[in-house]
Every structure is written in structure tokens, then in C-alpha cells.
Design a protein. Sequence first.
Length: 384
Amino acid sequence: MKNKVIINGGGVAGLAMSLFLKKANIESVLYEQAKAYRKSGGHFVVHPSGLNMLEMLGLGSEVEKNTHFITDMAILDKNNNSLIDEDEMAEMGLDEIDLDDTPPFINAARYRLIDVLYQEALRQGIDIRFNKRLNGFTQDKDGVTVTFEDGSTDFGSILIGADGVKSKTRELLFPFPANPLKYSGKTAVFGMVDNDDLGKLKDYFTMDTTLMYVDENSIFFVSKHHPSAEEISWSLISERPGKLPKKDFEEKPVKELKKDIASKFEDWEMPIKELVMTTDHIIAKQLYMIDLMRHYYHGRVVLIGDALHTADPFAGMGTTLALEDAMYLAKMLRDNDYEDAFYYYEHDRKPRAEKVYKSAELINDPDAKFEDFAIFDEGIDAVW
Ligand SMILES: Cc1cc2nc3c(=O)[nH]c(=O)nc-3n(C[C@H](O)[C@H](O)[C@H](O)COP(=O)(O)OP(=O)(O)OC[C@H]3O[C@@H](n4cnc5c(N)ncnc54)[C@H](O)[C@@H]3O)c2cc1C
């Protein structure tokens, strides 16, 4: 690569991209709109394949120190009864599923995983520039010129858009009406609580077991996300067919929002209602999605992570896909010129991304077989 690569967006996808490019001996500069990384966001699960990508970056032990390995998980109903019926599982061919036998996967606080990647990027001398919000680019036969809202510009051989669900790079590359962002019919609320604030609730929610409560239209997940158990995190993903005005959800005062959420758990066996009311750090989002993308790139500009595919929140695969994208695109760039690299990246990643996307639709399909789902030990079929 004659000139450096420009990465736009410093979430998990962008940071991992910069590290994989470094591993491939390709120089990059990463632009991030935030002024700095902060303790923000909630938790996410990273599946075994995503964890493999982090290990390929040599971050296995840092990840171990900063996240929670899920070794025990209970799937329960509102009365605290297990929803795992062993006979039914055997019928579905799932009798072999035992967390002791499945590859490891983790629950992570977003800010902690970002910090693991960021510290490693700093250690490796990767050029990261904050407070830079991309608002345009042009490309010609020599490269891409990007412009930022502050009027500054930069020139690189290629541009990698890693700027999340509402990607400006995607919007400019494939303008409306291609790939419109649509309300997904689902909402997510993420909470994080210091264990010192939990009082008596500590006995219910700070054990190593990850708890997942499932009812007809939602999943409530609560787990440690760090070995020290200083904090726990929870999330409530719900189906909500009609979008609410932002003032009634994202922008609702936290006190009122908590009351709304807590009311759902009024007659539940576990004190989830009290847990919600004890939580001050809450993020509420009505979730947006794009349909499967036909094209992953155009010319010298390519997309990765949430900018490229919005994974269904029930599947919890967004971060895993982002890490896989970063590894595979860097590997292709290591071995090919950018034109072939983009071609193989799109061609080889599509089946995996499409399977993940379609698995979400299968959740309500009684005829779906286990192998139809892109959930656990499946992942990207490639090594560095
Ligand atoms: C603040 C925040 C909190 C989140 N919290 C959760 C959570 O609690 N649970 C969960 O499951 N998922 C959460 N997510 C989403 C989750 O991190 C992603 O789904 C997943 O990790 C894939 O990451 P990504 O890097 O592709 O996208 P993202 O994590 O969305 O990262 C995109 C990055 O690009 C930056 N960016 C956006 N536009 C521009 C621009 N024009 N110029 C420069 N930079 C730009 C953003 O600031 C962000 O850092 C959160 C995302 C963000 C941004």
C-alpha cells in the first residue's frame, strides 16, 4: 500500500482494524468523532469466534483480566423456573450443549473492551486522532481525500468506514434511497450498577452465573462483566412494533424511564424491579437496522462492523462480526492489492453475515434446526 489507510470510527471495529493492519505491516490513521474515550455504553457478549480474533491480536490475557467468561448460564421464566427442558433439547439435537464443552465466550462492558484495544493501539504507536467527525470524501485513481467537520482534510490510499449503525461513510458511499436506516421494532435498555450500591440485591445478581430471563416479547440479561465483580450489567431487549417519539424513550428523564421499565417486573420472582430502580447508569435506545447490503465497497472505500451490518440484538453478534470483519479485511489487504482485497472480503464474508442476519428471523420459526442458527461455536472460517 503506497499511502496510509484511513479508518473512520474508533469503536471495536475501527480499533481492531488498526491493530490487524499493524499486524499486516500496513500503516493507518484512525479518526474518531468523540473527544476522548469515556466510561459509557453498557455490556455486550462476544462469541467464541470474536474472542479468537482478540486472541489473534495477542490480547487474550488482557481480555481475561477485563471481562467475564461465561461458564454458567441459567435461562429462566418470570417465576425463576428453568426454560431448558432436557427432553425437548435432546429432541432438537441439543443434548450435547454444555457450557463446559463449548468454546469460551465473554460478557464485556463496552468501555473496558474499548480500553483494552485502545491501550494496545497506543502501545503499538498507532496514530489515533480524536474530535474528528468525517463529513465528506472524494476518491480518484490515486486515493481518497477525506474531510472533517472542522475543515481539515487527509489523504489515504483507501478509506475504511467503521463508523457504526448511522455511518456517514455508508450514507455518502451509497446515498439514500439505497440501504435506508429503518426502525427495527426492537428497543434496548442497558444498565450498569456498582456492586457497592446493590445492598441486599448483591445476593441475587453478583454470582458467576449469567442469568437470562425470557418472556413472550423480551429478554432480560444480567451478569458480571469483570472478574472483580465491582460492577454488574444488565440489558432488556424488547419487541416494540411502533416507534415511540424520542422524548418518550431515549430522552425521557432517567427516573421516569426506570419506573416504566421496573413496572414490567412487578410480579416477578426475582427482584429485577429493585435492580432497575437501583441503577443510575442507564442507556435506552430504539434500535435501527439496515437490510443486508448488496455491496460492501465501492472504489477505494469499504465498510466494516455496524456500518456494514446491523445484527439483531437477540443474537448478540454485532461485536463478534465487527472483529471478524477487521481481521479478514486486514488479511486480504496483507495478501492482495486493494481491489482484490475488497472483492474477496465481500465475497468471502457474505455467507457468514447473511447467516447471522437470517438466524434472527428463525428465532420464531418452530421448524428451525440448530444448525440453521449462526450462534455459538460457529465463526469465520479463516486464520491469520
Ligand atoms: C457510545 C456507544 C455505546 C454503545 N453501547 C452498547 C451497549 O451497551 N451494548 C451493545 O450491545 N452495543 C453497544 N454499542 C454498539 C456496539 O459497540 C457495536 O454494535 C459493536 O461493538 C460493533 O462496533 P462498531 O465499531 O462497528 O460500531 P460502534 O461501536 O457504533 O462504533 C462506531 C464509532 O464511530 C464513531 N463515529 C460515528 N460517526 C463518525 C463520524 N462521522 N466521524 C468519525 N467517527 C464517527 C463513533 O463515535 C463510534 O466510536 C454502543 C455503541 C456506541 C457508539
